[in-house]
Write a protein that binds this ligand. Structure first.
Ligand SMILES: NC(=O)C1=CN([C@@H]2O[C@H](COP(=O)(O)OP(=O)(O)OC[C@H]3O[C@@H](n4cnc5c(N)ncnc54)[C@H](O)[C@@H]3O)[C@@H](O)[C@H]2O)C=CC1
Ligand SMILES: O=C1[C@@H](O)[C@H](O)[C@@H](O)[C@H](O)[C@H]1O
Length: 337
């Protein structure tokens, strides 16, 4: 039984605790913590876990074999570094950290530890539709372009302009690296007319990524679309196209109209993907091994592209992407999962 401590008991922290306590096998949540101590106490009591005053105490708790970090992005670096220092495996929700410099510090620490301890929560790699899309690439000929849309019904009040890249588009950044087994070479961000739904937020955005191998990817980021959570992707190949399904269990035809329900948010759309992601993480650690999913290198690479995207948003320029040399520790694992 893998004993897990969870830092950050907000929306996704609670959702992951729910899956670890009621859905998945071979795992027990033994400790939790959140700067919102009231929420942490309530969540901890609900699953019989110890409630600690700080994330550092969760990591140091002897009843904790592995750590799950679900706090806000800017706090991830501190906890991931502390888990590495304690020699404990750590699953960190995306992004690994909010700047490439912070990710490099994590890479350096893990390389110094000499073994993989870090996994990053890029769950699209575990989604059945994305996996089917990847499998179909052989059928449609060489991929040339990809069209994506990433639409949130709404975002919380603390969501800032740059988060459209660092918190939202970062999923597409990781996904295209995995899908095409290639790195992003340059980023542009185009700014269309502003939606009235987002207040002062610049919403939507249109992100264009150039892959090193020449594939061009466009991503519409809309975070106040109101009607639901809508994730789309279509690859254009030399001889055909391959698109994600519409993620709906049912299509209703009634009163002269055809309709399918749209997921409310990421918890519904990627429910199974998170389950598979966590079960594989738990199983890999229980077997005495190391995590095999998205690595600190993947987290770093996504952060470099994300930084380029933020610069492109600020300047309107095409911003090239340049990665440091990949440490041997991450040699064959960029496209894992
Ligand atoms: N993989 C995915 O699809 C998703 C990933 N996320 C990621 O998960 C993380 C959390 O997001 P949400 O749960 O939506 O946010 P949230 O705001 O609902 O929850 C975050 C929690 O972290 C706590 N917190 C903040 N600073 C802390 C600190 N220093 N130590 C301990 N706790 C702290 C907050 O009090 C809050 O309860 C973010 O990094 C986000 O990008 C979020 C949603 C979906
Ligand atoms: O990761 C997530 C959130 O943090 C982010 O804010 C949303 O835009 C994404 O759709 C969701 O998957």
């Amino acid at each position: 039984m893998l004993k897990v401590g969870v830092i950050g008991t907000g929306m996704i922290g609670q959702d992951h605790i729910r899956r670890m306590t009621t859905v998945l096998a071979g795992v027990q949540v033994t400790a939790v913590s959140d700067v919102d101590t009231v929420v942490a106490a309530s969540v901890g009591a609900g699953v019989g876990a110890s409630v600690h005053a700080t994330g550092g105490e969760v990591i140091a708790d002897p009843s904790v074999d592995a750590v799950v970090v679900c706090s806000w992005g800017p706090t991830h670096e501190e906890y991931v570094l502390a888990a590495i220092a304690a020699g404990k495996p750590v699953f960190c929700e995306k992004p690994l950290a909010t700047t490439q410099e912070a990710c490099l510090r994590i890479l350096d620490a893990e390389v110094a530890a000499g073994r993989r301890l870090v996994q990053v929560g890029y769950m699209r790699r575990y989604d059945a539709e994305y996996r089917a899309l990847k499998s179909s690439l052989g059928v449609i000929g060489r991929p040339l372009m990809m069209h994506c849309a990433h639409r949130n019904a709404s975002v919380p009040s603390f969501y800032e302009k740059e988060m459209a890249i660092t918190d939202t588009a970062v999923h597409e950044i990781d996904m295209v690296r995995w899908l095409f087994d290639d790195e992003v070479a340059a980023v542009r961000v185009l700014v269309p007319r502003r939606s009235g739904n987002g207040g002062e937020l610049q919403d939507p955005l249109f992100v264009v990524m150039e892959m090193a191998g020449g594939v061009l990817v466009d991503v519409e980021i809309s975070v106040n679309i109101r009607y639901g959570y809508d994730i789309r992707g279509e690859v254009v190949g030399e001889n055909g196209t391959a698109a994600l399904g519409n993620a709906s269990l049912v299509t209703i035809r009634h009163g002269g109209v055809e309709a399918s329900p749209v997921p409310v948010d990421w918890r519904e759309r990627f429910l199974r993907a998170y389950d598979v992601e966590f079960q594989e993480w738990i199983d890999s650690l229980t077997a005495g091994g190391r995590p095999v999913g998205p690595s600190a290198w993947d987290g770093y690479a996504a952060a470099v592209v994300s930084d380029a995207g933020v610069a492109a948003l600020r300047t309107g320029d095409r911003v090239p992407v340049s990665l440091v040399e990949r440490p041997k520790l991450y040699g064959a694992e960029v496209a894992a999962a």
